[in-house]
Design a protein around this ligand. Sequence first.
Ligand SMILES: [Fe+2]
Length: 381
Amino acid sequence: MAQEASMDLPIIDLDIFLQQPRDSEAVKAECTRAADALITYGALVLHDSRVSMSDNDTFLDLLEDYFAQPQEELKKDERPEFAYQIGVTLENTEKPKCAVDEPCLRVIERLAPSERPLDISGHEPDPKCRFFWRMVEPPPYETRFPVLNAENVVPEAPHIRERWTPVMNQWGTSMKNAVEGLTQMAAVGLGLPADTFRDAGRYGPHLLAPTASDLQKYGQKDTILAGFHTDLNFLTIHGRSRYPGLHIWARNTGRKIPVRIPPGNYLLVQAGKQLEYITGGLIKAGYHEVVVNDQTLRVIEERRERFPDRPLVRISSTFFWHLSSDYDLAPLPGLADRAKELRAEKQAQGRDEGDEVEYPPIKVGDQVSNELKHIALMAAS
Ligand SMILES: [Fe+2]
């Protein structure tokens, strides 16, 4: 019988790590909880009292206004020549790669029917738009991957333009600081030096990447706003969205968990493919989807009444934290061994985790382009 995951994700307190001595029991215990949460759930809720909720609101207001602009205006911010890795990606461009990915389809098959994601087999592109705002420290060495490190796009419309850069940077920096703190906690919890992951991602092409779904157009129950998938980067961190609808799967099997982030200084963090790779599968990239569910409908009605003049757009304030493009990605030896042990343990419990995944050494930049080809944002070369 499959062990059931708790419906509530563990809450990890970054304040403890930042405010108490590194060698204290409290810090060690909280770091272990952080690593365990990532191993068990592939996700956790992060508390960071430095993060201001009013910054999140200012950010969500700006992005609602931005995406409420006419299509022609948004089109000016597209950069297909950079594989849409900066500027805007309009709706129906990005396809959920799982629909053509065998191992991923088998993950769905292994789920009980009641716990499966909404059907993505039609391979329709997602009806979501997004904006990529890079937050990068340029590497002091010559990079093999300059395309992914191109200049940011600032929208033209005057009422957006003047607010844009400070608001994006303010909220982006808050999330970046929070997630970098968590990379340190996770490293300590896994028995590594605290800066192992942070240093490996210092020159990463980090992206503040809000997505927008037009709920006027796509507000019917069971609409897929983002089909079942995992993220290709290291860790993804989200501020609280105004509309529910994000479902995650703990360790890619078992239960579908509707995400609830408590109000206040809380953020949601999910493991991506690079973290899976570097831990040899000890931590697995977390599957998730964004759909219109009953809670989404309830909030749509509520906001229609309370804010009749505001655009009905679901913004997700997502920040993708990456490893540096030139970093040589391969499983860290101690972790790969633990991953094998855990896999054997799961198997003994009757938990089928599918075929064993290989993690051959690869440059992070190549791993990212492979994943992008898969999701149809970059022409296969
Ligand atoms: Fe995602």
